[in-house]
Ligand binder design. Structure first.
Ligand SMILES: [Zn+2]
Length: 269
């Protein structure tokens, strides 16, 4: 009885939030045109993406720095792309943070590493985005829009990348493995992902072109991040190049992006 009441209360509260944050038709259409990988062929999934995007906007706080002015089109574009990976898993996976900071361009962060000879190397990292436990998530608007992204190379999507890290951290650590549902166990996950990662590193070392961003060779957690980008943005090439990884992601995300629409010839998104 209490449970049913709670469910109804939650549903009413969500419906009110969706109404409060309703996305106008023309803005939603423009978002789907600009980011076509968001399109879902069945009506129910398409409606759920839009509903969760409104809920996301209601639960999260966007802010801009560096003279950037937030516009509705920007926050909707970011929210919709953030929601895509959790379309079937639910927004609760993002409960660990509230803030999203949008910068006009990449952020330069001073770094230093000490090599095997004890020599400290100082350098600057160029961050297109960053996610830290508890938030906020940082995103460069220039890179959300995909400006400067080389056309013929690997899949690229900074929003999906950073939110893949948030999903990864649902098991308590950033290690390339999210909290798994009962239908998937850790041994199965590792059997596929470890093998895929090793094969990928070999291909990157050999300078072979790959649909997954070579940056993924840095570490298993980065491999998970860039593999998620490829899975959602270039699903057909990902399925061809990494059938086992693709199959594992279909089971985890409960989505089959390659079945959504045919690959667009000569166009990259
Ligand atoms: Zn990353």
């Amino acid at each position: 009885m209490v449970r049913r009441w709670l469910q109804q209360w939650r549903a009413r509260r969500e419906a009110a939030a969706v109404q409060r944050r309703a996305i106008p038709d023309d803005l939603w259409k423009r978002t789907l045109v600009r980011y076509p990988f968001l399109c879902r062929s069945d009506q129910a999934s398409a409606a759920e993406l839009r509903r969760l995007t409104s809920l996301f906007l209601d639960r999260k706080e966007f802010s801009a720095v560096g003279g950037l002015r937030l516009q509705d089109a920007m926050v909707v574009a970011i929210a919709a792309q953030a929601v895509l990976p959790v379309l079937r898993l639910g927004l609760d996976l993002y409960d660990g943070f509230v803030g999203i900071v949008v910068t006009p361009e990449e952020v330069r962060a001073p770094r230093s590493i000490t090599d095997d000879h004890g020599i400290v190397h100082e350098f600057e990292d160029e961050l297109h985005g960053e996610s830290v436990p508890g938030g906020p998530i940082m995103l460069s608007w220039r890179h959300v829009r995909g400006i400067d992204v080389a056309a013929e190379q690997a899949a690229y999507n900074v929003v999906i990348h950073e939110f893949a890290h948030v999903i990864d951290m649902t098991n308590g650590q950033l290690d390339g493995m999210p909290h798994l549902p009962p239908s998937l166990n850790a041994a199965e996950w590792h059997a596929t992902m470890d093998r895929e990662f090793e094969g990928f590193v070999r291909r990157v070392d050999a300078e072979e072109p790959t649909v997954i961003d070579p940056y993924g060779a840095e570490a298993p957690e980065e491999f998970f991040g860039v593999a998620c980008e490829a899975f959602f943005v270039e699903p057909w090439r990902t399925r061809d190049e990494h059938p086992d990884l693709y199959g594992l992601f279909v089971r985890y995300f409960q989505q089959n992006p390659a079945a959504e629409r045919p690959p667009a010839k000569g166009r990259r998104t």
